[in-house]
Design a binder for this molecule. Structure first.
Ligand SMILES: Cc1ncc(C[n+]2csc(CCOP(=O)(O)OP(=O)(O)O)c2C)c(N)n1
Ligand code: SF4
Length: 300
């Protein structure tokens, strides 16, 4: 089921039409075009309040060209559960119900309904595109914000470790959990296609650079996403409940060994939100990165 660069080029561009309202260099829409494009003929999207509610456009000029239901901030997993059941009743089991939402809902405000859907083993895929903030409302800190990052509500840099949603969902017996990146689209598409082929609740969390909130150059989005992997700060992996094993994904393999990692400052220096990170904050960010890797290693 490997996805090649040629497969990527063959993904129909019809899921996200021209004229969407996202900022230039938006990592979320880059991921969307490929991830949702790859399953566009069989998907119903559920979108909680987020940038995606806005960048999809509306009416005749809507850029989302797949059936889409917009929901209240905390309700997407509950709505998706209902849609899944309704479609089953109609014999449309082949339709894939996919949530496309930010980390504000996926890591914080919608997490109760998310765990509820996971607990009930609803057959849905929840995709969190993590721009690390509440982007749509001005860039406030979320539970997924990196240590040291300046946001609208952490002007001196965020001090708290990230809430690791993939690990929460592993602990809650999801069917499949993976991380992905806007900088590695073959890997992302492979994981999305795999997840929708499975029954039960699945979660994929994508690192999605956000130029206005990360105060980065729009042209650097892919570079920044790739550096997050190369510095080890965003490990790419998948976990399958059947085996209870984590597999480190190909782009991350080399960087499991800390001595192979690119220095974190190569990644921070490209982002205004992290450019003036203090020594202490950098140490804490490195420790939080190791915390992730140490957790992952327990399942290898
Ligand atoms: C209960 C509730 N609280 C707050 C809001 C206002 N609100 C709408 S979108 C949003 C931010 C969404 O952040 P995130 O989920 O990270 O997605 P992003 O905007 O970054 O894409 C907020 C706070 C709301 N719609 N409902
Ligand atoms: S604020 Fe960030 S996530 Fe939202 S549309 Fe702009 S670049 Fe994309």
């Amino acid at each position: 089921m490997k996805v090649t660069q040629k497969d990527l080029l063959n993904i129909p561009k019809k899921a996200l039409l021209k004229g969407h309202f996202a900022c230039a260099g938006c990592g979320s829409t880059l991921a969307f075009r490929h991830a949702i494009g790859a399953i566009a003929d069989k998907v119903i999207l559920v979108v909680p309040a987020s940038c995606a509610s806005v960048y999809q456009g509306g009416g005749k000029g809507a850029a989302f060209n797949v059936p889409t239901i917009n929901t209240a901030f905390a309700a997407s997993d509950a709505v998706a559960s209902g849609v899944r059941r309704a479609m089953k009743t109609k014999g449309k089991d082949d339709l894939k119900i996919v949530i496309w939402g930010g980390d504000g809902s996926g890591a914080d405000i919608g997490i109760a309904t998310e765990i509820g859907a996971c607990d009930r083993q609803e057959e849905i895929l929840h995709i969190i595109y993590s721009n690390n903030v509440y982007g749509n409302t001005g860039g406030q800190r979320s539970g997924d914000t990196m240590i040291g990052a300046k946001t609208a509500t952490t002007p001196y840099g965020n001090t708290t470790p990230r809430k690791m949603v993939p690990f929460i969902m592993m602990a809650n017996n999801a069917r499949y959990v993976a991380t992905a990146s806007s900088g590695y689209l073959e890997d992302l598409v492979y994981k999305v296609k795999k997840a929708v082929s499975m029954t039960g609740f699945k979660l994929i969390q994508i690192d999605a650079p956000c130029p206005p909130n990360w105060r980065s150059d729009s042209a650097d989005t892919v570079k920044i996403a790739q550096l997050a992997v190369k510095t080890g700060v965003w490990p790419l992996f998948e976990w399958d409940r059947e085996t209870n094993l984590v597999e480190i994904s190909r782009p991350s393999k080399k960087y499991e060994d800390i001595t192979n990692r690119v220095p974190l400052t190569e990644w921070t220096k490209l982002q205004g939100r992290l450019k003036s990170i203090t020594e202490d904050q950098l140490k804490s960010l490195l420790a939080d990165t190791e915390r992730q890797w140490n957790f992952i290693r327990k399942f290898m």
